[in-house]
Design a protein around this ligand. Sequence first.
Ligand code: MOS
Length: 738
Amino acid sequence: MSESVIGKPQRRIDGRLKVSGTARYAADHAMPGMLYAYGVYSTIAKGRILAINDQQAKSMPGVVTILHHGNFPRLHRTPETPMVFAAILSAARLDERRLPFEDDRVSYPGQFVALVVAESFEQARAAAYRVNVDYESAEPVKSLADALRSQGAREGGRGHARGTPEPAFQAAAMRLDVTYSTPVETHNPMEMHATTAWWQDGRLFLYEASQAVTNHRNVLANIFDLPPDRVEVRAPFIGSGFGSKLWPWPHSIATCAAAKVTNRPVQLMLPRAQMFTTVGHRPETLQRMRLATNAQGKLVSIRHESYSSTSTTDAYTEACGGVTKSLYSCANVLVSHKNSPVNRGTPTSMRAPGAAPGLFALESAIDEMALANGMDPLDFRQLNLATRDESVGLPWSSNHLPEAINVAAERIGWRQRNPAIGSMREGDEIIGYGMGACNWDAYQVPTDARVILRADGTALAQCAVQDIGTGTYTIVAQTISQLTGLPMERIEVQLGSSAYPPGAMSGGSWVTASVMPAIAGATRQALNKLREYAVLSGGQFPGADATKLDVQDGYLLNGEQRVSFAEVLGKQRLARAEGNFQSGPAKAGEHSFRSFGVHFVEVRWDPGISRLRVARVVSAIDVGKVVNPLAARNQVEGAIVMGIGMALFEATEHDPRSGLPVNNNFAEYAVPVHADQPEMDITLLDYPDLNLSEFGARGIGEIGVTGLAAAVANAVYHATGKRIRSLPITKEKLMAGL
Ligand code: MOS
């Protein structure tokens, strides 16, 4: 067998394209004769459009057309694929079911109310500013609290119940009943949403910032009533998405319609302000946690009741208790999820949906419960961790969380800390230590792939998964290199087009686990074809048993003889040996597949100037086999930075009078900058999960963002004695002691 490529640090095969500016993103494609579209966005949160006064705008230079509900082409809604089936390749899912410009209703601020199409971007934008819309404004629902007060909450599904939590709680030695909250957070990937669309011979083509080209294609096929093979969605490069680019949003549909109406290519790039309104966000949550332990500190009752905001048009639910039902061993558990509608755009998945806010609550509450019991939070967790998934009654496929905790604790010096509040000082600063477990689902979902061994000695892979900046291109090449022995530089990888074999969406941290088996299956099929060619009468090994031919370093081996792939094809005058394969979902019913990990955090608090910073993060993560340690570490580092944003900075603020977003820009929506970066020490445990697949990789995109905010909050408590139960942990809250 060839030397192992899987597991060895690999630099990104697309890295040079990215750092040289050669990689082209959705808005980098300029088609001949292309027009530019710019939206007119609602400046009220709720109401009706009375009139669109576009006369002045229409007469401005370069304006081709102005679309709105009065003249927009009639499109079709797409039947809804429920979230649980979102991973199937025929899924046609979107979060905002209402079509753009469907009627005169306004349901959220920033909703598209008109679309100006002009010869240049500047002309379109200038004219959009001159479209005056008369509204009849109604009183909006402006926050989750407002929504709960005025409308109550409705079931959001995916709850869990076992045992008798209430009597167990009442009879317990120690009880905790506290409520946590998290604000609206906005994804804000570097690359704004963009669509470049054109029609040609009844076919629709687009470059789209999409994490799921197959789903996007299926949705547009429904909306424009086309067979799916007449729509081609391309997303070869994406400036990340964090979940906001999973499902199509109104701008994409509107741009395709504008291209149809004008019969010219049209490009739209969403302004940064609209990244906060019309392409999803993580909703607000309120989470009541009730925990109880017996006199030995063993959990006897867990209740996690969460409420999240949704839009008035769609019912998205942030499933905060998804991890709570299984991380700790407990006989009596209740997890519930309810939502309540607010006049905002529809929320959507944001990196570790449910788990990121949910583990802020759970892992903060676990810390509170441990301290109430007079126990070290580490010992409390080790005592209570579940050794199997009690929510489904199955063993874990692979779980090394106890080891992860011990490894990271050792590296940060947890046992050497002084656990007394405010006891560790250095200069003006008080040092605090805190920990939080992280956890995320592991999925393998259906994916098709094609691998072609070419007569020039190279290989080509095609698959309609996306590389959203995570390193998928490289992992596909590694898989082929591993099985063929071809060097990485002789492997070409093509991803991110719905013209390729349908692939999984880049979400749920499942692409690595899903694409590797598909690519491996296709590679093996291509190699088998090659073996058959080699044993043909005109081949190099006529009459030999094809199944006995070994593969090494790009050669077929027949005992002592060897022949390169290129020579096999050359002798037969063939261009290629092609393999196609569809991988299935993970085998259900025998194991519970999850990933595990832990963050330890050191914060430094200067009470004199109320400055708080995260100085150090020590993490140990168990995601099965680590395919590319460079990319994997990079994923965890990025997730830690995002977790610091969640813990200390991020919150989309809405004006309490109007319901409009007020910090919808990078100046006022605070995210961690270079000065906020901590020292990071990341251990990747690297135990292959062979119950999941032959490669044993569970995926690593999301887990790192979970548990981090709780670890920070717990460290803040250690430093300051202040238990902050609402994110973000701002200096104002610390000064007020809220
Ligand atoms: Mo992830 S929130 O599934 O892109």
